[in-house]
Design a protein around this ligand. Structure first.
Ligand SMILES: [Zn+2]
Length: 383
C-alpha cells in the first residue's frame, strides 16, 4: 500500500482576509468569471468586500444564495446556475454545507474551487470530499473528488463574530481527528484518499489535539467578545487546516461512523456535525477500551468548552432500543470508517458502546460540570 498525503494548493488565514480574496485568486491564475455560492449571512456580511476585492483584481463575479442543505437536488441547481452564468471558478462562502456544495459543483464541472469558510465549525473546507445529505437531513453519502481546493481563505475577523457554538462544534470535529488518525495508523488501515497515512499526517493530527487543549478555552472567550487573538488564530487553524489534513490524510474511524449513525435519529438533526462527532469520539474511546485517564482528559475538554458527552445533549433524551439498533446498524454499514478499527466492529458492540459512553459522559458531568462550561450548551439549534 502506498502512503498518500493530500492538501489544498494554498491556505490563507488572518484578520480581514476577504479583502485579499481577489488578489490571492489572481496570484494563482484564477481570473475567470467567478460564481460565489454563499450562505445568506456570508452574503450580507461580505458582498461589498467581494465587489471591491474582485474589482481590484479584475475578476468578474456574481453571487448565488445557498438553499440550506448539501443535497443532490441543491448541487444540481447550483450546477445549472454555474453553466448558465458561464462560471470559470466556483467560490464557496459560508458554513460547511455551502462549501461542500461548492466543491461538488466545481468537481462535476471540472472547474477550480475556492473555499471561504465563514465559520470554523468543521474540517470540511480543505478536503477533496463532500458529505451529502438527503433533503430531510439524513446522511446519504461521501462524494470524493480528484483534487483538493485550489485555495482556502479564512477570514478570522468574520469567524470571531460568528456564534460561539459553531466554533465549539468545530472543536468537536477537530477533537476526534487525532484519535481517529491514531487508530488508522496503528491498524495499518487506509486514509480517506485510499493510501496509508504518512507520518506527517499523524504529526499534524496530534498537533491538532494539542492545539485544542492549549487554546480551545481561550478561543471560546475571544469569540464571546468578537475578538481576534493569537489563541483564536491558532484554534481556527486547528479546526480548519490541521483537522482537515488530519482527517483526510490521517483517516477516520468509529467517531465519524457513529456521527453518521446518529443522523438516523431525527432528534439529532438540530445538532451540528462536530457535536455529534464529539459524542462519537467518546463512543470510540469506549469501544477501543482506552485508559480511563485518556477518556477523562477528553471529557474534561468537552465539558470545559461545552461539547456534548451524553445522548441527552444531542437530543436523544429517551433512546428506544429500536432507534439504538437503527443507529448502530447505520454506524457499521458497509464502507463505513468504523471498519478501520483493528478489530471487528459489530452493530451489537456499537450499541453497547453508545450506551456505555452515555453513562461515562453523564457520570463525568455529574462529578465535574457544576454548570462551569465556558459556553452553555443550551443555545437554540439550527443545524
Ligand atoms: Zn467531520
Amino acid at each position: 500500500m502506498l502512503s498518500i498525503f493530500c492538501s489544498p494548493s494554498r491556505y490563507v488565514q488572518g484578520r480581514d482576509a476577504t479583502a485579499s480574496l481577489g488578489e490571492e485568486m489572481r496570484k494563482l491564475g484564477l481570473t475567470g468569471t467567478a460564481l460565489v455560492i454563499a450562505g445568506r449571512s456570508a452574503r450580507k456580511l461580505l458582498q461589498n468586500t467581494w465587489a471591491e476585492s474582485f474589482g481590484e483584481a479584475g475578476i468578474e463575479h456574481s453571487t448565488l444564495e445557498f438553499n440550506g442543505e448539501c443535497s443532490r437536488v441543491e448541487i444540481n441547481r447550483c450546477k445549472e446556475e454555474a453553466i448558465a452564468r458561464k462560471a470559470a471558478v466556483i467560490v464557496g462562502a459560508g458554513g460547511g454545507k455551502v462549501l461542500d456544495t461548492a466543491r461538488a459543483v466545481a468537481s462535476d464541472l471540472n472547474l477550480p474551487v475556492v473555499n471561504c469558510p465563514t465559520l470554523a465549525s468543521s474540517d470540511a473546507p480543505c478536503s477533496a470530499l463532500s458529505v451529502v445529505y438527503t433533503p430531510e437531513g439524513e446522511f446519504q453519502e461521501y462524494l470524493f473528488y480528484k483534487k483538493n481546493p485550489d485555495l482556502v481563505l479564512v477570514d478570522t475577523t468574520v469567524i470571531a463574530k460568528a456564534p460561539v457554538r459553531l466554533l465549539v462544534a468545530g472543536m468537536g470535529d477537530a477533537l476526534a481527528t487525532w484519535f481517529e488518525a491514531r487508530t488508522v495508523f496503528n491498524a495499518r488501515s487506509r486514509n480517506q484518499v485510499g493510501g496509508a497515512p504518512t507520518i506527517s499526517a499523524r504529526a499534524l493530527a496530534e498537533l491538532c489535539y494539542k492545539t485544542l487543549l492549549d487554546d480551545g478555552a481561550d478561543a471560546v472567550r475571544a469569540v464571546s467578545t468578537g475578538s481576534v487573538t493569537p489563541a483564536l488564530e491558532r484554534l481556527v487553524e486547528a479546526n480548519t487546516l490541521l483537522s482537515g489534513l488530519g482527517f483526510e490524510s490521517g483517516g477516520l474511524a468509529v467517531a465519524h461512523s457513529v456521527h453518521n449513525g446518529l443522523t438516523m435519529a431525527e432528534e439529532t438533526h438540530a445538532f451540528y456535525h462536530g457535536e455529534k462527532v464529539a459524542f462519537g469520539l467518546v463512543t470510540q474511546l469506549v469501544i477501543e477500551g482506552q485508559p480511563r485517564e485518556e477518556v477523562e482528559k477528553v471529557l474534561a475538554f468537552c465539558v470545559e468548552v461545552g461539547l456534548p458527552v451524553t445522548l441527552a445533549q444531542i437530543g436523544l433524551h429517551h433512546l428506544s432500543s429500536d432507534v439504538l439498533r437503527k443507529i448502530a446498524r447505520r454506524t457499521v454499514a458497509e464502507g463505513e470508517t468504523a471498519h478501520n478499527e483493528p478489530f471487528e466492529v459489530t452493530a451489537d458492540a456499537i450499541a453497547d458502546a453508545i450506551v456505555a459512553a452515555d453513562s461515562v459522559g453523564s457520570r463525568y458531568r455529574e462529578r465535574h460540570s457544576n454548570g462551569a462550561a465556558v459556553t452553555p450548551h443550551a443555545l437554540p439549534a439550527t443545524r
